[in-house]
Design a protein around this ligand. Structure first.
Ligand code: ADP
Length: 566
């Protein structure tokens, strides 16, 4: 609202300022004209012999001097406040002088002339050029035809009527100029008003969005001083927007990470936004609540750019996620406690079943042995599920323990192959390592295997899961591990010649608890958590994972891992 009022008055101001300077300039012109006319009358008075005429001339000069002084004084007073009125005043003075001159030179007796002349200056004012020219000719003709016969020669005509002609010409020119200036100002004012309306409409819209949005918003300039603080931000932080403007952001927001270390210096998200030019999302921020416990915040930072694309600040949209974090903490605590509690009885159950199945410990008939075997398998599956649930909780809580080292993927793959070889042979599948592609970087053969950088044990889990799945879903043929390298990444492929995966299955494969609905899956069972964990681990170390598959022909799982530097 405020913006709108300011801008409209700015438009007015420009209009008024131009008019004021124009009418001031006009006042000086009128003053000079006035002085000239007074001097003219006084000059005539010196040369005249007749006392009556002399008296009259001096009286007129004196009268004009008083009116002139008064007009100039008055015009300078009203000019600033009422430039339009001053214009009117000065214009009427010019007209008045003109008619006085006309009368004094005894120029025209016809009442038609002033009418033609008035129409002339009006059409000049409106820049009706053709009619101005035509009317000038008519006025000129009138003037000339009335007065020429009174003068003996054309020179005498100009001597007698020079002042009048000059006055006619200058008033017409002045009217033209005045009209032109006035319309120019008017057009500019209309344009400004239109622009003002648009700007204020945009501003009101932005203000409405910022005020009514459910999230807190603050923005900083490149000096990291606050330039925006919306009502929701006031609510979350307890600060009033007006008290925060222009203050350093760290004084007001003073955000910390989950380890209670300030992020305002080295880890500042606004700096990260400027350095990378990309949005930064953080859900690990804490705001030190006044007297209360810390408020957990989640925020998205984006750069503010000017029209040339230059970064002029950063804006953050944030929300209070204290409750959400608390619920998450309770959930993971519950899963972890429940899993630990379940583990013990299941381990005991498996142990007793194993004892019951042991010939040396007790004797069971074949039917009972079959049932006990099924019970043992179910207990093992439950134990696997619990183990996976614990891993998932750790991943989601970012509590996965890892040690990043440089290691050879080739060596690790060979270790995994050794572990699964027996199982593969039992299933009638050949498990092998394809050594051909792993020594190439961008098609160039290199003499050694290249190291990658990640947690070796976590990547072992990934390979275990992919190889185990491949063996599970392949009844004949082979399972092959191969590795390729490019400048930055190693790309591992675990390819099988098994049942393959449908297109829908491929889309959802890496989701939590997803299992492809087919007879093969039903036969082998599982938890549907393996690939979800696999994807989480790979992404955790900066890689990506995907699948290419054709039903009935087999599947190839690919994942990338960053190569070790140097
Ligand atoms: P699970 O832990 O139950 O094996 P995963 O997340 O590892 O679950 O796999 C999810 C589903 O993806 C499986 O149920 C299976 O249907 C499908 N799948 C995984 N790997 C393969 C493969 N190599 N060939 C065919 N289907 C596969």
């Amino acid at each position: 609202m405020e913006g709108k009022i300011e801008l409209v008055s700015l438009g007015d101001l420009i209009d008024r300022d131009r008019l004021a300077s124009f009418s001031k300039y006009l006042s000086y012109c009128v003053l000079i004209l006035n002085i000239c006319i007074i001097l003219g009358f006084l000059g005539l008075a010196i040369f005249t012999q007749e006392k009556l005429i002399l008296n009259n001339l001096v009286r007129i000069a004196f009268g004009l001097a008083i009116v002139g002084v008064f007009s100039f004084f008055f015009s300078s007073k009203i000019n600033k406040a009422e430039p339009k009125s001053n214009l009117l005043l000065q214009s009427s003075f010019i007209l008045a002088y003109f008619f006085i001159l006309l009368e004094l030179t005894g120029s025209t007796q016809s009442f038609l002339f002033p009418i033609i002349y008035l129409i002339l200056i009006i059409s000049a004012f409106y820049s009706l050029l053709i009619s101005t020219v035509l009317l000038s000719i008519t006025a000129g003709y009138f003037f000339y035809s009335e007065l020429y016969f009174k003068s003996q020669t054309i020179q005498e005509f100009f001597v007698l009527n020079g002042a009048s002609l000059l006055a006619i010409a200058s008033v017409t020119a002045f009217s033209l100029y005045l009209g032109y200036m006035y319309r120019k100002n008017w057009m500019e004012k209309i344009k400004l008003e239109k622009y003002t309306k648009n700007v204020s409409a945009d501003k009101s819209k932005d203000e409405a969005i910022f005020s009514n949005i459910g999230d807190g918003i603050y923005a900083v300039n490149t000096m990291r001083e606050l330039i925006l603080f919306n009502p929701q931000a006031e609510k979350i932080t307890g600060w009033k927007a007006k008290d925060t403007m222009g203050l350093p952001c760290k004084k007001i927001m003073n955000l910390k990470n989950e380890q209670s270390v300030s992020i305002c210096e080295k880890d500042c998200p606004a700096l990260a936004v400027w350095n990378t030019g990309e949005n930064v999302v953080r859900d690990d921020m804490c705001y030190p609540g006044k007297g209360k416990t810390d408020i957990k915040l989640e925020g998205t930072y984006a750069p503010i750019k000017d029209m040339d694309g230059k970064v002029t600040g950063a804006i953050c949209v944030f929300r209070d996620i204290t409750k959400k974090k608390e619920v998450e903490r309770m959930r993971s605590e519950f899963v972890s406690t429940a899993s630990h509690e379940l583990r013990t009885p299941i381990t005991a159950m498996s142990g007793y079943i194993e004892l019951a199945l042991n010939d040396k410990v007790c004797k069971v008939d074949s039917k009972a042995s079959e049932y006990l075997n099924k019970a043992f398998q179910t207990a093992s599956a439950m134990s696997e599920l619990i183990k996976n649930l614990l891993v998932v909780t750790k991943i989601e809580d970012r509590k996965l323990e890892y040690t990043v080292t440089n290691f050879s993927l080739k060596d690790l793959s060979e270790e995994v192959i050794d572990v699964f070889n027996k199982k593969a042979t039992e299933n009638g599948v050949e498990l092998k390592y394809d050594s051909s592609p792993h020594l190439k970087v961008k098609g160039t053969v290199v003499s050694r295997s290249l190291d990658v950088r990640a947690d070796r044990e976590q990547i072992r889990e990934v390979l275990n899961n992919l190889v185990e799945n491949a063996i599970k879903f392949t009844t004949e043929g082979s399972v092959t591990i191969s590795i390729e390298y490019d400048e930055d990444f190693a790309k591992v492929c675990v390819a099988d010649t098994g049942v393959g995966i449908s297109e829908t299955g491929q889309k959802h494969l890496f989701e939590k608890f997803y299992q492809v609905d087919n007879s093969a899956t039903r036969a082998v069972g599982g938890t549907g958590l393996g690939l979800y964990i696999t994807r989480s681990i790979i992404e955790y170390f900066g890689g990506s994972i995907w699948v290419e598959s054709e039903e009935g022909k087999g599947s190839s799982f690919f994942f990338t891992i960053p190569r070790a530097l140097g």
